[in-house]
Design a protein around this ligand. Structure first.
Ligand SMILES: [Zn+2]
Length: 183
């Protein structure tokens, strides 16, 4: 009985809503939640912060190494010899393979496999130093997100590029480092 009574009540309310508020409610229902508090202010404020955030991101984050390109999908950028295709991560005046002097930027694949590694135990924390083959380009890096023990690291292990915060300076500029984590 109680259920029967409740049901009509709900229906009535629903009808009312449909008659009066439904269009407004429905349209606003999803958007209302975030915009509820101050729709006018938020829409006005929304545009400004969006730009500010974008500006802040580029201004406040810097890559720890020049060849790390930040953005939505960070990647490593190599200098590729136009003559022989050899890739280098630091600036070169000449190619070490063919002595060519023309280079172009090349985006390095973010997925790779571990071809060599050593577990470094000197220092405050042990870590894994590795060489990762990213589609033919060798990247020297640190493995992150993995226990630095032989049980957890292996040759041929699939890894992918990842970035992490290395800390901020007094001005709030954040340095972003990269590593490779198990894929
Ligand atoms: Zn070359």
């Amino acid at each position: 009985m109680a259920a029967k009574k409740k049901a009509p009540a709900k229906k009535a309310a629903a009808k009312k809503a449909a008659a009066n508020k439904a269009p407004a409610k429905k349209a606003a229902a999803k958007k209302k939640a975030p915009a509820k508090k101050a729709p006018a202010k938020k829409t006005a404020a929304k545009k400004a912060p969006a730009k500010k955030v974008a500006a802040k991101k580029s201004a406040k984050q810097i890559p720890f190494v020049d060849y790390l390109v930040l953005g939505d999908r960070p990647y490593l950028r190599a200098q590729e010899c136009k003559n022989c295709g050899a890739r280098f991560f630091d600036r070169r005046n000449a190619c070490a393979s063919c002595f060519g002097t023309d280079f172009k930027n090349a985006r390095v694949k973010s997925a790779g496999i571990v071809t060599s590694y050593s577990i470094v135990t000197v220092g405050p924390q042990p870590f894994v130093s590795a060489i990762v083959d990213c589609g033919g380009t060798s990247v020297r890096c640190t493995l992150v997100g993995v226990e630095p023990t032989p049980d957890h690291v292996s040759l041929g292990m699939k890894v992918k590029l990842t970035t992490y915060s290395m800390g901020k300076d007094a001005a709030g500029v954040e340095a972003i480092g990269f590593g490779f984590a198990p894929a």
